[in-house]
Ligand binder design. Structure first.
Ligand code: PLP
Length: 416
């Protein structure tokens, strides 16, 4: 058994963190020191297989040599400049993203939530300028996740995140996922945007069906609303294609990217179609730190590495293998509900809270992530290979067995 977080130095760091950092995260009692590929190492030299990749940010794993090189080179030249000045990489990255997605222009900010804010502002300005002042309503999905800032929180379909902070933005309706009738009933001429995660991530990993996406597209066209796809988590290769919407053929008017975009640096992008290029005109929006030369250069390097190393194929192949292993585990385990997902965005839903299992897995050298309490979500680096999946399952399967046995014992005791 590992003794993570046990060194005196690590204990001091953990103590200071709990003294000075606000308690918004359920942090694990381990201090990570460095990473290499799909592994992390703590200060005592213990190795951990990383199946969450910094919540999907570290798509190239940790310390990829080309990212290290590009960071060092660019940091020595130019890290940040006012967005009013031109630097070599912002436009080049925008051009690349547009040619990959078919969009026409980009606006950069630093995090996903901030890009969602930009999309909401754009949708409302679009409705007001082209139609009428009441065209400001947004239709989102129950169970969705779009971020923690006020606007993005207001369109997040989970009351537990919003309750303490109401009232939020007015004019938001939430349709149940896959409920085409409800979606039809909510979209009207007052709707300026339909906002969807092509694959719901934090909400439990649910891929939207082609039928549902096509209906959203049709309703948006019919009512002159924008179809905004939030692919902060599922975009940029995570599903085996550059963008998750490519699986359905439904194209958005606005596409939001984030998480892995800056190769680990804060960078998000709002991409718009040609009709929307001028909606956020001069002085209407901004972000001091958005689109820095360092972050954009790393974004370009990230795209290059994915292409050069043919990582989309790897995501598809390893993702399918991971899904098959999880489906087999789900079929044989009493504490599993189901396995689902696409590419390297996979989930195994359990019947019990996952936190104790995540802590035990960490002790055994496996980093797991749970959402919605009991959905084990896999968001590993695109570098993941079948051998890594085998190693993860070698730890996970006995843990699942033991958890199932514990439940059975408890049931027996309760029945006695
Ligand atoms: C993570 C995420 C966000 C929020 O991004 P931040 O960088 O945390 O602000 C928004 N939408 C989706 C789908 C996400 O997964």
């Amino acid at each position: 058994m590992r003794r993570f977080g046990q060194s005196a130095a690590a204990q001091a760091i953990l103590r200071r963190d709990s003294e000075y950092l606000l308690p918004v995260y359920a942090r694990f009692p381990v201090v990570m020191e460095r990473g290499e590929g799909v592994y992390l190492f703590d200060g005592s030299g213990n190795r951990y297989l990383d199946m969450m990749a910094g919540l999907g940010v570290n798509a190239l794993g940790h310390a990829h040599p080309r990212m290290v090189q590009a960071t060092a080179d660019q940091a020595a030249k130019l890290v940040h400049l006012s967005p009013q000045y031109c630097t070599p990489y912002a436009g080049e990255l925008a051009e690349r993203l547009c040619s990959l997605s078919g969009m026409a222009g980009a606006f950069y900010s630093t995090g996903g939530s901030e890009a969602v804010e930009g999309a909401l502002k754009l949708a409302r300005a679009f409705g007001k300028e082209n139609f009428h002042p009441g065209k400001m309503r947004v239709v989102s999905l129950l169970g969705s996740y779009h971020g923690r800032t006020y606007g993005s929180l207001s369109v997040t379909g989970q009351a537990k995140y919003r309750d303490d902070f109401e009232p939020g933005l007015p004019g938001v309706d939430f349709a149940p996922r896959e409920d085409i009738e409800a979606l039809r009933a909510m979209v009207s001429d007052d709707t300026c945007a339909i906002l969807l995660e092509t694959v719901l991530g934090e909400g439990g990993v649910y891929e939207l069906s082609r039928d549902f996406l096509q209906e959203a597209r049709r309703l948006a066209d019919k009512h002159h609303a924008l179809l905004i796809l939030d692919e902060i988590q599922c975009g940029l290769g995570r599903t085996g294609k550059w963008f998750a919407y490519e699986h359905s053929g439904v194209k958005p008017d606005v596409l939001i990217l984030g998480k892995p975009l800056g190769g680990g640096l804060p960078l998000s992008a709002l991409l718009v179609n040609a009709d929307l290029f001028h909606v956020l005109g001069l002085g209407k929006h901004g972000s001091t730190l958005g689109g820095s030369p360092l972050a954009c250069r790393l974004g370009l390097e990230f795209l290059d590495v994915v292409e050069d190393e043919r990582l989309l194929d790897r995501v598809t192949d390893t993702g399918l293998y991971l899904k098959q292993r999880l489906q087999a585990l789900a079929a044989s385990s009493d504490i599993a509900v189901e396995a689902r997902g696409v590419g390297l965005l996979q989930a195994l839903e359990l019947t019990l809270p996952g936190r104790p299992m995540a802590e035990e897995a960490l002790r055994q050298g496996l980093m797991l992530n749970f959402v919605q309490g009991s959905v084990m979500r896999f968001l590993p680096a695109f570098l993941l290979e079948r051998s890594h999946v085998n190693a993860a399952m070698g730890i996970l399967e006995p843990l699942m067995e033991r958890a199932a046995e514990t439940i059975q014992r408890e049931v027996l005791v309760a029945a006695r």
